[in-house]
Write a protein that binds this ligand. Structure first.
Ligand code: NAD
Length: 474
């Protein structure tokens, strides 16, 4: 066997080689792909000490931030192939999806470089007799040290959504990538070092949530936790961090309405793309579809036909459409939920098949609101279809969820679109598309149990900086 690459955190300029190895597997072949030295508790706290120290003594002025982030974007482009290969192996991503993810991340760095220059305050009047000629203004200052804790499903893009704006706003960052997919985060750290990031402004700590993650939560010197992941872990982070700030991007069982005027073929195509991309492991994946009863049969026929045509298998193979899930255990869970729904009266029109970590795209009909596949976040390649009579009913069905990340409505009917955008309780509503639409720059985040705060470089930078008010009574 070839020697696998080994990664270690660098703290205080030195690699921390603990010998406590975290194995990273190729998610399709199951072979060992890389190993990471997991830092111990003292190393984690030392990383925070170093981040604080660097921030206090190493200047990182705005034009330097702009330069580093722009250069990092250019280097990521140059190393796109290597970054993509890492994600094909450690996350089981299709290569074309992995390359797209690199380019989205390049955009996030380029945009954060620009936004860094625009992070400014406002000047105010003081409308009080005698103070009219005095000056009051606000400025944005870094919060300090940001802990970025990220999930496995977009191991570069979701890291970029945190690291780029956090650095752009002048913070030092401690990054804890998902234990299943740490390699691409280490490659990014390399790129940032080559781009001239000042020493100590980024520490990557590869390790498990219950150890490295928890040690981060107990360190009172961290000023902001920026987390993307599941609801239980988000809840835990909020409970543990007291008065310190948190930004939480959590899960969802996202819904899409296919209205009576929609083209069933185009709507099915959009749902197949939005429900089965990345094997359904997307926080805004199309999970619940509510289709108007007048086009229900045509839509379901198309959806099933298109889902059946998808090629499931090796993500290294160009012809594959749906690769493996992150682990066999996760695939088993999804398959069990499908089985449970069928036992409760649902029918699978396609899919309902698993081999190892592969789950075949599954279309379920005759679903009921309280089935797990409807109520909880499936986070796998499953689309549940139910029909509705009135738009009002459809909006109520969409809102019948503990989550509220994003929803979609496929229609060209302006009135229906406006009713839906007003009535749906979510962080975002996509008109003419599915829930699964995201562009990096747009404000993105949830309501209800889908989270707190918004990402997108400009919005993340606001969350990752403090507004300081200055009054000059000269
Ligand atoms: P997860 O919550 O299991 O893990 C996310 C991160 O938290 C990982 O780095 C993990 O190691 C860490 N962690 C786990 N336990 C911890 C603890 N006790 N203390 C500190 N850190 C801990 O999530 P996942 O399974 O990697 O990702 C899937 C979830 O992420 C889904 O629920 C999905 O919807 C959500 N997600 C949300 C968005 C969004 O933008 N809203 C985007 C992608 C994924």
């Amino acid at each position: 066997m070839n020697a696998v690459p080994v990664f270690a955190s660098t703290i205080g300029g030195k690699p921390v080689e603990t010998g406590n190895m975290l194995p990273v597997y190729d998610k399709f072949t199951g072979e060992l792909y890389a190993q990471v030295h997991q830092p111990g508790r003292d190393d984690v706290h030392l990383a925070v000490t170093e981040a604080k120290r660097s921030q206090a003594i190493v200047p990182f002025p705005v034009m330097k931030r702009h330069e580093v982030l722009s250069k990092a974007a250019a280097l990521m482009k140059e190393r796109a192939s290597e970054l993509a290969d890492a994600m094909v192996a450690e996350a089981g991503k299709l290569r074309r999806d992995a390359l797209n993810e690199v380019y989205w991340s390049v955009d996030l760095f380029a945009e954060s470089a620009e936004e860094a220059k625009r992070l400014h305050g406002e000047t105010f009047m003081l409308p009080v007799p005698g103070l009219e000629r005095k000056t009051c203004y606000t400025m944005r200052v870094p919060v300090g040290v940001v802990a970025a804790i990220t999930p496995y499903n977009f191991p570069l893009n979701l890291v970029a959504h945190k690291v780029a704006p956090a650095l752009g706003a002048g913070n030092a960052v401690i990054l804890k990538p998902a234990a299943q997919t740490p390699v691409v985060a280490f490659l990014l750290a390399d790129i940032l070092r080559d781009a001239g990031l000042p020493e100590g402004y980024l520490h990557v700590l590869g390790g498990e949530g219950p150890t490295v993650g928890e040690w981060l939560l107990e360190d009172e010197r961290i000023d902001l936790y920026s987390f993307t992941g599941s609801v239980p872990v988000g809840r835990r982070i909020k409970e543990r961090t007291g008065l310190r700030r948190v930004a939480l991007e959590l899960g969802s069982n996202s819904a899409t309405i296919v209205h009576s005027d929609a083209d069933p073929v185009a709507a099915a195509r959009a749902c197949v793309q939005g429900g089965f991309a990345n094997a359904g492991q997307v926080c805004i994946s199309v999970q619940r579809v509510y289709v108007h009863e007048s086009i229900r049969d045509a839509f379901v026929r198309e959806l099933t036909m298109q889902a059946k045509a998808l090629v499931v298998g090796d993500p290294h193979d160009e012809s594959t459409d749906v690769g493996p899930m992150i682990s066999e255990r996760e695939a088993e869970r999804v398959h069990e939920w499908i089985g449970e729904a069928i036992a409760q009266g649902a029918s699978a029109l396609t899919g309902n098949r698993r081999e190892g970590a592969l789950v075949w795209p599954t279309v379920l009909v005759d679903v009921k609101p309280d089935m797990k596949v409807m109520r909880r976040e499936v986070f796998g390649p499953v689309i549940c279809v139910a029909s509705y009579r009135s738009l009002e009913e459809a909006i109520d069905l969409v809102n019948d969820s503990e989550y509220g990340l994003q929803a979609g409505i496929m229609t060209r009917d302006l009135h229906a679109a406006m009713e839906a955008t007003r009535g749906i309780r979510a962080g975002g509503v996509i008109v003419g598309g599915t829930s699964a639409f995201r562009i990096g720059s747009m404000p993105y985040g949830g309501v209800k149990n889908s989270g707190i705060g918004r990402e997108g470089p400009r919005y993340a930078m606001e969350e990752m900086s403090d507004l300081k008010t200055v009054v000059i009574l000269d």
